[in-house]
Every structure is written in C-alpha cells, then in structure tokens.
Design a protein around this ligand. Structure first.
Ligand SMILES: [Zn+2]
Length: 396
C-alpha cells in the first residue's frame, strides 16, 4: 500500500513508521500499512465550501500593483482555500487576461498562476460560451414546456466538479489553455472605443427610460443570436466549410435550440417559435441577459447624467467593461461572493439591478473592503471542532 503521509506504527503488525494516510476520498481517509496491507477508513465531516469569483481587477491589483489591501485579501483567500472552506475556481477568462498582460515579467505571471492553483484547488468554471448556451437552452425548454418564467439557478451549470469533497493529496491541475476559443468569442464584443465614441454621444441625448433601454438590449441579444446563425448557415450554403471550425461559438446557440425541437416540426415554425422565445419573459430572465442588459442600461443612465465626460478618461476607466460585464453576468448568480472594481460596484448595487438580493451573492469592492476581510476571517474563525479535527486527520 502506498502510504502518502506516515503517522506511526501499524496497529495490526506493529511495524514502526509503516502506517499512515494513503489517500483522501471524497468524505473519508483511507489509512493503511505498507508492511502488512492492513487498512481502515476514517469518515470526515461534511463540507460546505463557499465559492468566490475573482477577476482580472483583483489579480492585477494583488500581483501587478502589489496593493497591500489586495495582498491581505489574497492571503486570507489562500488560507481559507487550504482549510477546505472556500474555492476560487479557475476560469479560462483568467488565463486570457493574464495572456494579455503584455510587458509583465515572468515572476509576476508565475506568482499569479501559483495563486490561482492554490485557490482553485483543481476546480474550474465552465467557459462562458458553455454557460451562455446552457442558460439559453434551459430557458428555452421551460418556455416550450410552459414551465415557470423564473430562471432556476443551478450551480452545476458553472461547476461540474463537486466542491464539497475533501481534497486528495494529488489534485488534477487546472489550466489547460483554450485561448483561441475565448478569443473567437471576443469577436462579438464591441470595442470600448466604439462604445465611447459612437454610443456615448447618443446616450447623452437619449430620452428613453431605463426599462426602454433594457428592452432594447434584450431585443438586440435575440437578434444577434439569429444574425450569427444566419451568417453561419450562409457560409455553409456557399460551400465555405471552414465556417464549422472558425465561426463564433455564439452562432451555434440557435442551432442547439433547433436540435432540441422535434424533427417532424418544419423549419419555419421552429424559427417562429425561437423568435417568440426571444421576446418572452423566459428569455428576459436568463441571468446573463437579465444582468448585462441592466448593466448597460445603468451605464447609459450614468452617461446621460453627465458621467464620463472626457472620452480618453472614459476609455481608460472603462477599459475592462466588456470583460467585467461578462464575468459578472455569467458567474455572479452561481457564486457566494464576487469582487468587482468601483465603477462596476456602483452599477451592480443599484436598486434596479441589485444582484445581491436577486441572486444571493455578496458583492465586494474597495467601497466595502473591510466587509470582505471580515467575511474571510469569519470563515476561518467559525470552523467547527469537527472540521478542525478532520483537517488534522487528513492533512497531518
Ligand atoms: Zn501492518
């Protein structure tokens, strides 16, 4: 038997230094003897880990700027993760962003990847395009089967692995780089230049209401799905089969919806049904669309009220806007806590969005940094006696 952590003599054959922990399996420790093969199982208490979503803003401040406030939070997150209390799952968006940190020294990137590994503990978020497709299909099923308009948030959509398993000594490392996939997806996101130069002047003079703008964003989202799908089909029809490999992944959302419908239904009626869905409450309640439509509508209102008057300053302050909207709208509904920058904090805490109340996620930013540190410390302080005993047995 391969004893990973020797703890002493064997209770069966009395061989000295032959007995110890072999492995940790989900909810128990397997102990054994390398001399006689005797083994026993020790049950471990149930875990209830919190999930925190960290984005580039946090990584950049903690590792590039080495801001002491962030470094303090990073230490607590690492400690809570090592104590089986918290995970900060890995996201392929993280690596894209690290990848975009041009001019960074290797040490900083190395420190960051080490931190990501120590806090993700082998857990990985589904990529955003997978979350998007799942959310649309889930809502579409509910729509076609006349089920509730409310979207039921299931953590499995973003995290396939069970975070509440006790962690084994050898974890599967995350971090296979899938950059191209996400980069292709980013073709869809408009540039911040376009937003500030083209949209902001219109927003300043706009007289439409917040709700009008939300409706406009939602209508655009549905139209985009159809447009991307039609572009894809048009390429295939014209004989351009490279479309299969290089079309934006979002092109396939409508395809997935069509596949869900019965074969005998004709295409025209399928498309009509999909269009009705895009105009429905079921679609409007999809978390990614519900949140992102409101984030843009709130930003528009800030601009109309005079925020971001200087284009250059606006571009610099909002440089990560499209990524932030993606991070928050895709992952916030599924996690216990998320850390955002100050411009995003004023948006996500607005009463008309208020993701904390709607999705039960704690939102932290420099506006309430002490609350973040307190939350992390309380996780460590509130460890039960059983939990501490489990840690001592599992990781001697
Ligand atoms: Zn033995």
């Amino acid at each position: 038997m391969l004893v990973t952590r020797v703890i002493g003599g064997c209770p069966a054959c009395n061989t000295a230094d032959a007995f110890g922990n072999v492995l940790i399996a989900r909810d128990h420790i397997l102990r054994g003897c390398k001399a006689c093969g005797y083994s026993e199982e020790i049950p471990l208490p149930r875990l209830s880990k919190k999930v925190i979503y960290l984005d580039q803003f946090f990584f950049s401040a903690a590792f590039r700027e080495k801001d002491s406030r962030f470094a303090e939070a990073a230490e607590l997150i690492k400690k809570a993760a090592a104590n089986q209390l918290l995970v900060a799952p890995y996201s392929s968006i993280h690596e894209d962003e690290t990848f975009q940190w041009r001019g960074f020294d290797g040490q900083t990137k190395g420190d960051l990847m080490e931190f990501i590994k120590a806090t993700s503990r082998g857990h990985e978020f589904e990529p955003s395009y997978g979350v998007e497709r799942n959310q649309v299909i889930q809502a579409f099923k509910a729509f076609t089967q006349d089920e509730s308009k409310e979207f039921h948030v299931r953590r499995k959509t973003v995290l396939r692995s069970d975070i509440n398993e006790w962690e084994d000594y050898f974890r599967v490392e995350v971090g296979s780089y899938r950059g191209d996939v996400e980069l292709i997806r980013n073709l869809k996101t408009q540039s911040i230049e376009q937003l500030v130069d083209d949209a902001f002047p219109n927003w300043r003079n706009s007289t439409s209401s917040f709700q009008d703008h939300v409706n406009l964003e939602l209508a655009d989202a549905g139209r985009f799905y159809i447009k991307f799908y039609i572009d894809y089909v048009a390429r295939i029809v014209s004989g351009d089969y490279t479309a299969i490999s290089d079309s934006p992944i979002v092109s396939m959302v409508v395809q997935s919806m069509l596949e869900f419908l019965p074969d005998e239904q004709d295409l025209a009626s399928k498309i009509a049904l999909i269009k009705r869905f895009f105009a429905s409450k079921h679609f409007a309640n999809i978390p990614h669309h519900w949140i992102s439509a409101r984030m843009f509508a709130l930003l528009r209102e800030q601009v109309r009220n005079g925020a971001y008057p200087k284009p250059d300053e606006a571009k610099s302050r909002l440089s990560g806007l499209f990524q932030d909207v993606n991070h928050i709208s895709f992952y916030a509904p599924y996690v216990d806590a998320i850390i955002v920058d100050q411009p995003m904090s004023s948006i996500v805490n607005d009463g008309r969005l208020d993701i904390s109340s709607r999705y039960g996620v704690k939102t932290f930013s420099l506006n309430n940094w002490e609350a973040l540190l307190e939350w992390l410390r309380s996780l460590l302080e509130q460890m039960s006696v059983e939990h501490k005993a489990g840690l001592a047995l599992a990781y001697p």
